[in-house]
Design a protein around this ligand. Structure first.
Ligand code: FES
Ligand code: FES
Length: 164
């Protein structure tokens, strides 16, 4: 509860850093990340749960940040695309694989794809092509670059399993 009438107090850890804000109750989590925390790596496409562009990792699970209110994130731990690389700049294996496979064109879907695949591979490191296609079936790439995205996810899986 905020001391300011009509606002909600949100305390949330994003990419390992604690943030506190008073927000409008109707502010969705995606806009909170972008406008309040200035983490604009999370993209907002459809704003009604269809495209997956706004996916972030919320307490270890991928969620669509346009479908949650910022207030619901109170006390949560969130990772956005800005939090994937290490502090020394070393890319996450999934990011590295996207780069090597040229798995993006305009890049609009990329943050959501990355977060979806990172969360999925952490649960299912032995995923095969069918599993990966299923995992990203809720993420729309309007450039239709799905083949290289799947190839990148397969490569990243091999790296995460220590096979490459
Ligand atoms: S912007 Fe959230 S699913 Fe499209
Ligand atoms: S790379 Fe353009 S939307 Fe996927």
């Amino acid at each position: 509860m905020s001391d300011r009438p009509g606002l909600e107090h949100v305390q949330v850890t994003v990419n390992g850093k604690l943030f506190e804000r008073d927000v409008e109750p109707r502010l969705h989590l995606g806009d909170f990340l972008r406008h309040e925390l200035k983490l604009t790596g999370t993209h907002i496409g459809c704003e009604h749960g269809v495209c997956g562009a706004c996916t972030v990792i919320f307490n270890d699970a991928p969620v669509r940040s346009c479908l949650m209110f910022a207030g619901q994130a109170n006390g949560a731990r969130i990772t956005t695309v800005e939090g994937l690389a290490r502090a020394d700049g070393q890319l996450h294996p999934v990011q590295e694989a996207f780069r090597n496979r040229h798995a993006l064109q305009c890049g609009f879907c990329t943050p959501g794809m990355l977060m979806t695949i990172v969360a999925f591979l952490s649960e299912s490191p032995t995923a095969d092509e069918v599993d990966i296609r299923d995992a990203i079936s809720g993420n729309i790439c309007r450039c239709t670059g799905y083949e290289t995205i799947v190839d990148a996810a397969l490569d990243a899986g091999r790296v995460l399993r220590g096979e490459a």
